[in-house]
Design a protein around this ligand. Sequence first.
Ligand code: 1HE
Length: 265
Amino acid sequence: MSDELVTYELDGRIALIGLNRPDKRNAINEAVIDALRTAVRRAGDESDVAVLFGHGRNFSAGLDLGEALARATQQQRPPRKGRRHSWHEVFDVIARGPVPFVAALHGAVVGGGLELACAAHVRVADATAFFGLPEGQRGIFVGGGGTVRIQRIVGYTVMADMMLTGRLLSAAEGEREHIVRYVVPEGQALAKARELAARIAKNTHETNWRITNVLPRINDLSHEDGLFMEYLNSNLQRSPEGAERLREFVEGRAQPLVPPGQTDA
Ligand code: 1HE
């Protein structure tokens, strides 16, 4: 296996980005963040959709606690790469960058690993996945955007319970709390994520970009401003590619919608 901290592969129009520190359960240190930044930017430049996964038996054990201890005891200085927290910067390129992300989750998806997963737009878990926010037990606080992203996904009640009690959620509980949209048998999360990515890649860039960039911003707005923003993005903006998709349907050339339980023709 590659000795890079984050692997990158382009499969057609799909970028595959793998956290690759399995001996440390894919714990995230500053070097991992740097490698992730490079991979995510590259995916934005050359793919239509990206899949994020973890090598080994876990997605990610979150913040590298060894590095955190070294910083807390002034053995190691924090990076001075800008005025923005590096995790926020990189996770925002995932959440609000040029391409949609699908996260394939298995094993531990905890702390900063859950924060990273929640920056993706669609999440798939296999049956081994478990979700937790053990920051309370570690004497620290979430710092990878979780207060905003995870709280918006699961709500205060669930997040406060996870943080205060350290309760771990199973894959099924994660689905119930909207952390994931799909639960698949053990070992199948990556295959399912790739299948979903291939579907997403068939949409127009324009629409995918609005789903990943406009929709979450509208969620942050008032009712009135949200409707105005929606108007700006629907009625006033129709790309030639979008018009072609409309023509395909009107002329009977579009792929039919497939109701649940039926298979693609
Ligand atoms: C680590 C880390 C880590 C494992 N930082 N080194 N995250 C946590 O509180 C989760 C901490 N990790 C665990 O609870 C467990 O490791 C797991 C449940 C994820 C996996 O258990 P297991 O039995 O498979 O592995 P292990 O034997 O505990 O760990 C294997 C090695 O990975 C071991 O190192 P080794 O050199 O002794 O082999 C561990 O020390 C190492 N390891 N997890 C550093 N997290 C931006 S704010 C976000 C705040 C947070 O993310 S808080 C949550 C932190």
